[in-house]
Design a protein around this ligand. Structure first.
Ligand code: PAF
Length: 280
């Protein structure tokens, strides 16, 4: 596996890939790989000739009081895991390469970013959209792979790709879960042993809400209430939001009469967890 740290090096590598007429899949990550990341890489390796994984803990998507400094970083472990899977190149630039002095461009999708994660983490999605646009521009992949655990991020990226006419496909990949249902996330490493035992409650609550919808309950309020009630029984959980939204626009719904998604976010101590279930 080639490890590339500069934009110049990435361009040189890509020009040799293009000469060989290979298709390119991009897996954007912030490292601290778990099975969820590996599922994205496997999917890209199955679908295309050359898989490029970017590993960049993007400072602009963290708020001033968020966990940028303590975000888990283990470059050697990550590069070993990617190499073992057969990833072709790992692009791991320093921040100065992505945001040189004078950088000022910002990509903003104000409507999608106004709710849920965007409301709680102001500026977060501008950082995500801007760094992904840079990566898409640099790599110009045929496909890029994103985990569905970050459902709102997937919707935002699809919208940006469509709005800015990036000639590529976004492939959403289903959430990978621990055996007890907890969605895999790099932030799970921050949970204390006690918090870890409670953490699967988010998925269990969303599952119960989804089961109510599967039993033909149409009222979004009743569906949400089912999840909120279960979560309220655990005093260490603080619910940030539970919402039933249109699966494409993410506008909140009163009725489950189309393709919808139940989105949820909780806090356990200082750790935030998010998850979702699609209702077809
Ligand atoms: O999901 C993530 O890990 C990040 O938001 C992403 C897409 C790599 C952008 O920094």
């Amino acid at each position: 596996m080639r490890v590339i740290n500069t934009i110049h090096g990435l361009r040189a590598y890509l020009s040799s890939i293009r000469e060989q007429r290979m298709t390119v899949g991009l897996v954007p990550t912030m490292g601290a790989f778990h099975e969820g990341h590996l599922a994205l890489m496997r999917r890209s390796l199955e679908n295309g000739d050359c898989t490029i994984v970017s590993l960049f803990v993007n400072p602009t998507q963290f708020g001033p009081k968020e966990d940028f400094e303590k975000y888990p970083r283990d470059f050697n472990r990550d590069s070993q895991l990617a190499a073992d899977l057969g990833v072709h190149a790992l692009f791991a630039p320093p921040a100065s390469e992505m945001y040189p002095e004078g950088f000022q461009t910002n990509i903003s999708l104000p409507k999608i970013s106004s709710r849920y994660e965007g409301e709680i983490r102001p500026g977060h999605f501008d950082g995500v959209a801007t760094v992904c646009a840079k990566l898409f521009n640099l790599v110009q992949p045929q496909r890029a792979y994103f985990g569905q655990k970050d459902y709102q991020q997937c919707v935002l990226i699809q919208r940006m790709v469509s709005d800015l006419n990036f000639n590529m496909e976004i492939v959403p990949v289903p959430t990978v879960r621990e055996p007890d249902g907890l969605a895999m996330s790099s932030r799970n490493a921050f949970l204390s042993p006690e918090e870890r035992t409670v953490a699967p409650d988010l998925y269990l609550a969303l599952r119960q809400a989804a089961e109510l919808a599967e039993q033909r309950e149409r009222s979004a309020a009743a569906i949400k209430e089912r999840a909120i009630h279960l979560l309220s029984e655990e005093p260490t959980i603080k619910v940030d939001y539970i919402e039933v939204a249109d699966a494409e626009s993410l506008e909140p719904c009163d009725l489950v009469d189309r393709s919808t998604v139940i989105l949820g976010a909780i806090r356990l101590g200082s750790t935030r967890l998010i998850d979702n279930i699609l209702l077809k």
